[in-house]
Design a protein around this ligand. Structure first.
Ligand code: ZN
Length: 659
């Protein structure tokens, strides 16, 4: 049940009308049962002082595609009301003309382009207007008897408007419904298959009306919902599950024409939806509100036949594009939601953010469909044509393009070991800054708090423990759908021992981490890397010691040398899969866990030089930091190295023993 969260104390004493609007918008935006990812819009009418000092009646309306939960004053466009009302007097206005006129009408062109629903906001004769796509309202409207149900539950203070595509035509429709049916007691508009508008003379009242109406709808639903018998979650498929997910991601990416992220959801609520015997029927109708189509596509794929989905999508496009006056370009035909019995729901996006928006939307969709089907006499989505028209509406597509992430590794997934500190951390952060999603593995709990970015999945795992490594990889694949890149950076130095004094314990513990775990992990990752739509890449962090060993470092040097052999052999064996395996040899990178200030001081003293000189003790006299290694490793995973495998690249400032 939504709560009325309005607190006058949260507003500054000098808060103006726009501040109040920002506050009300955010309260609406933080409740995901009301508004999801860029959905909904709000406005406030107030004077605007132009450069001559004249005060003009204006509307402050949310910019198109902005997110209500984090909106600022600058997220609103300001337009003269009179101009918008003039536009509404036209008989016809194309989308392109409407957006051009709305953009041109802004008082300042640095403001965002206004919401496509601006004309409707302008005409509603109240100062404050709030619009959401509340689940509870959609549960009432997306029903064979939607209109009656809304009127029965919400009463006469609500005017019901039939579905019309947002924009000029909808504003005109609302205008005529308003003239016909609005009265003194009208508090809200419910747009069938779309959402709710509330309004009042103040933002607090408009917000309170919004919460009251949604609460009324929710109480009704709660009274109707039958308690379904709990189902026992089915056992999840075993070890080959990750490989199957990676294979699915590969197919989807090939159909989408770019690397995609697949994110798995298998909570009990969505599992019980997927287990429905009527899933095929109820999930094959359409989205909750047309707005969602640009994220989720019209229908989910039930099962795993991605090719069949693409064929059907192409037919759907051809069927509907024939009605269009202009020539349309088909979007990629890959699914965005998959419902797979036994495995769960997968959301698909060209980025982690995209996939998670899809996930949120479909989780809400599944809940509403289940409520309608089980308790309200059935679920009815909009017809195919209306959904298609919104999907291929240039204004909706423009929203998506604005949010597109153009970084070069976006949609790709990298496993990085030793990711909590030093070189591993630097590699992981650099790959992430270039767009990759990271499965960050480390035995330190700090790996979870390195970043709170959606692209960072920190998992605590000891690389020498097979079960924990299995968990790290399979849970990472659940998060992102596969693995394209592996950077194996976890390593330890162990005790400094001479050849004549090597202890078995030291030898075994260093080899466990530096060599055996690498072999183990490579074997686990191979089937996943093979499914990478961008071809797998592995970078192993070696050491200068491989080519230029030092006295007292026999344990460390042999472990790293053996690891280099693993890399070289994998390069030979995996070339047929186009998986590149390369090695980077850093030296004297002092901001890593292997070095402490004391150790640097002792070494400098041994050589009789200053600490600074010791830090840059190489031919070029440069100091090398972990972030430099990160840059090199990210580059080795990029297109410049597409034909390089089995290579060993130094990053050491030049060393006469290895040149
Ligand atoms: Zn809307």
């Amino acid at each position: 049940m939504p709560k009325n969260l309005w607190d006058n104390g949260a507003l500054a004493s000098d808060a103006d009308l726009l501040d109040q609007c920002v506050y009300g918008s955010r309260l609406l935006g933080i409740d995901t049962s009301l508004v999801l990812h860029g959905g909904g819009n709000t406005s406030i009418k107030d004077g605007y002082c132009d450069i001559t000092g004249r005060i003009i009646d204006a509307i402050y309306i949310k910019g198109s595609g902005g997110d209500l939960k984090s909106i600022e004053r600058s997220g609103f466009a300001v337009l003269p009301i009179e101009r918008l009302l003039d536009l509404l007097k036209l008989e016809n206005l194309s989308d392109t003309d409407m957006m051009r006129e709305l953009s041109a009408a802004r008082f300042d062109h640095s403001m965002p382009p206004p919401s496509v629903e601006a004309l409707m906001h302008a005409f509603i004769p109240f100062r404050a207007v709030l619009h959401s796509h509340a689940d509870a309202i959609l549960a009432l409207t997306n029903n064979p008897n939607g209109r009656l149900l809304v009127q029965e539950v919400l009463g006469d203070s609500v005017v019901v408007v039939p579905y019309v595509k947002p924009g000029f035509d909808l504003a005109r429709e609302v205008l005529s419904c308003w003239k016909e049916r609005a009265s003194q007691s009208t508090k809200a508009l419910v747009l069938l298959n779309h959402g709710l508008f509330t309004f009042a003379e103040s933002m607090v009242e408009a917000y309170t009306n919004h919460i009251e109406i949604v609460s009324k709808a929710e109480s009704f639903l709660t009274s109707k919902v039958r308690v379904s018998t709990a189902i026992n979650p089915r056992p999840i498929a075993n070890g080959s599950k990750s490989e199957m997910i990676a294979q699915l991601r590969n197919k989807i990416s090939l159909i989408a024409g770019k690397s995609m992220i697949l994110s798995r959801e298998c909570g009990s609520r969505i599992m019980s939806f997927i287990e429905r015997s009527d899933l095929e029927r109820v999930a094959s109708q359409g989205p909750l509100t047309p707005d969602h189509v640009i994220r989720t596509k019209r229908l989910p794929l039930i099962g795993t036949d991605v090719e069949a989905f693409a064929r059907e999508y192409t037919e759907y496009f051809e069927r509907n594009a024939a009605r269009s006056k202009s020539s349309l370009q088909m979007l990629d035909p890959a699914p965005r939601i998959l419902l797979i019995p036994d495995l769960g729901m997968f959301s698909v996006g060209s980025s982690v953010a995209g996939a998670s928006i899809c996930r949120d939307i479909y989780l809400h969709t599944a809940e509403v469909i289940a409520t309608c089907e089980d308790s309200l006499g059935g679920w009815r989505a909009l017809d195919e044509e209306s959904i298609f028209d919104v999907e291929y509406w240039e204004l909706e597509q423009a929203k998506l393009q604005r949010s597109d992430d153009k970084k070069r590794l976006v949609g790709q997934v990298a496993v990085v070991t030793g990711a909590a500190s030093g070189i591993g951390r630097a590699c992981a952060l650099e790959l992430m800054s270039q767009g990759a999603a990271i499965i960050a593995v480390d035995k330190s709990h700090e790996v979870c708090s390195v970043s709170d970015d959606l692209n960072w999945y920190g998992v605590v795992s000891d690389v020498t423990n097979k079960e924990s490594l299995d968990f790290a990889i399979s849970s990472g694949v659940d998060q992102f759908g596969g693995v394209d890149i592996a950077v194996l950076a976890a390593g330890i130095f162990g005790q400094s021992e001479m050849v004549a004094g090597v202890s078995a314990d030291n030898l075994n513990s260093v080899r466990d981490v530096n060599t055996d775990s690498v072999l183990e992990l490579m074997a686990k990752l191979h089937p996943l890397l093979k499914q990478s739509p961008t071809y797998g890449r592995v970078v192993i962090v070696g050491s200068k010691n491989v080519r230029a060993p030092g006295v007292g470092a026999v344990v460390y040097s042999t472990s790293k040398a053996a690891t280099v052999q693993i890399a070289r052999i994998a390069a030979l064996e995996w070339a047929q899969d186009r998986i590149r395996v390369n090695v980077v040899h850093p030296d004297a990178v002092f901001d890593t866990g292997l070095w402490t200030e004391e150790l640097i001081a002792t070494r400098a003293k041994n050589y009789n030089i200053s600490e600074q000189e010791y830090r840059s003790r190489n031919l070029m006299k440069v100091e090398i930091r972990a972030e430099h290694v990160g840059l090199l490793v990210a580059e080795m995973c990029g297109p410049a190295f597409f034909a390089t495998t089995g290579a060993q690249i130094s990053i050491d400032g030049g060393n006469e023993r290895t040149i």
